[in-house]
Design a protein around this ligand. Structure first.
Ligand SMILES: Cc1cc2nc3c(=O)[nH]c(=O)nc-3n(C[C@H](O)[C@H](O)[C@H](O)COP(=O)(O)OP(=O)(O)OC[C@H]3O[C@@H](n4cnc5c(N)ncnc54)[C@H](O)[C@@H]3O)c2cc1C
Length: 320
């Protein structure tokens, strides 16, 4: 199926286009189509150049941001321009604002959305791939009905790769005032983050309930330090209040794809696996030889984390 126009939604995060939108642009480039970006953020030549480098020939700059939650005005503006240009496909990353806007756009236009997708292709119509049962099964779904089709894609489904694309054309699209009933942002809180971040780290060391207590998370941090690794967590220890939610890997946490993922005291529940199973090398430490984590591990150590991790830390510290 030939797509004439694909539009990728991109949200400004830390003065730059969101990482997921660059991944989506890289994928959109391969669909041999004209790619535009719906950009929710400040006018920035640097951001636009980055979008251009990743394949956008045009940026539709959603301007007129206020202290309102942007989803309602952004969706209204997007629908207006979609109705006049009728692109074939709208791609959104799986993030709170993008998801909210995608849902509003779908409802206003009366189109279906496929969320949680990990791939798409145009070989036989527009096929969208989603994972079920913790990523053990793939489901391919074809859109029927009128375009634009709307797809929400999980982060890290594609690797972002700049091409030699030049500066895109920039067209300002005014967002309407969504009215007094719209939600207003009263405060923004940036979570303090130290050390390597989960999304970018090449190595991640994750602790699960098997570490036994909040204080033992120190073992995870000590193993991570010499490896310059980020530290992760299962939902069990986030829910127990041992570590903040920002560290959670999995279905309701972050999706990661590091070169090396070390899981210590992690059972390997499917909701955890879905967020880390595509790591290049998985090393699991668990005292239960039947723990499901060993089903995805490249290297497994059957043993007590309180014995294995101190030895690993000692060895790593000797080498740094
Ligand atoms: C809707 C939904 C969404 C969810 N989203 C997520 C998510 O995003 N991320 C996530 O992680 N979970 C998620 N979960 C929870 C998930 O189902 C599991 O409950 C959770 O991942 C288990 O965490 P765990 O492996 O730390 O704990 P457990 O399952 O309790 O496993 C602990 C493991 O440690 C081992 N162990 C115990 N003591 C030691 C020791 N001394 N040395 C070595 N090994 C030891 C045990 O053998 C066991 O395998 C979700 C659940 C639901 C229903």
């Amino acid at each position: 199926m030939a797509l004439d126009q694909v539009w990728v939604f991109s949200e400004e995060i830390d003065d730059a286009p969101s990482a997921t939108s660059l991944e989506l642009l890289t994928k959109a480039r391969t669909l041999e189509t004209t790619v535009s970006v719906l950009y929710l953020g400040k006018r920035s030549d640097t951001a636009f150049a980055e979008l251009g480098a990743h394949g956008a020939s045009r940026v539709l700059l959603l301007s007129g941001q206020t202290d309102q939650l942007p989803s309602a005005p952004a969706a209204a503006a997007i629908c207006e321009i979609v109705e006049s240009e009728m692109p074939d496909l709208l791609l959104f990353g799986q993030a709170p604002t993008a998801r909210d806007i995608a849902g509003r756009v779908a409802a206003r236009l009366g189109r279906s959305v496929i969320a949680n997708s990990v791939d798409l292709n145009t070989e036989d119509g527009l096929t969208v791939v989603t994972e079920i049962f913790g990523g053990t099964q793939l489901v391919a779904t074809n859109f029927t009905g009128e375009t634009p089709h709307i797809v929400i894609v999980r982060p890290k489904s594609f690797a972002a790769d700049p091409s030699d694309g030049g500066a895109p054309e920039v067209v300002e699209v005014q967002m309407p005032d969504a009215g007094r009933s719209s939600a207003t942002i009263t405060e923004r809180v940036v979570e303090a983050a130290e050390g390597p971040q989960l999304a970018e780290a090449a190595v991640i060391v994750t602790g699960g309930r098997g570490i036994g207590a909040a204080e033992s998370y120190e073992l995870i941090e000590k193993a991570a330090a010499p490896l310059k690794a980020a530290t992760g967590a299962t939902r069990a220890i986030v829910d127990a209040g041992w570590v903040p939610y920002a560290k959670q890997v999995g279905q309701t946490g972050k999706t990661v794809k590091p070169d090396v993922y070390i899981a210590a005291g992690v059972s390997g529940a499917m909701q955890h696996l879905v967020g880390m199973k595509d790591s290049k090398i998985i090393i699991a430490i668990n005292k239960d030889p039947d723990a499901p984590i060993f089903g995805v591990a490249d290297l497994g150590v059957i043993g007590d984390v309180h014995k294995v991790l101190p030895k690993l830390i000692e060895e790593l510290e000797k080498r740094t």
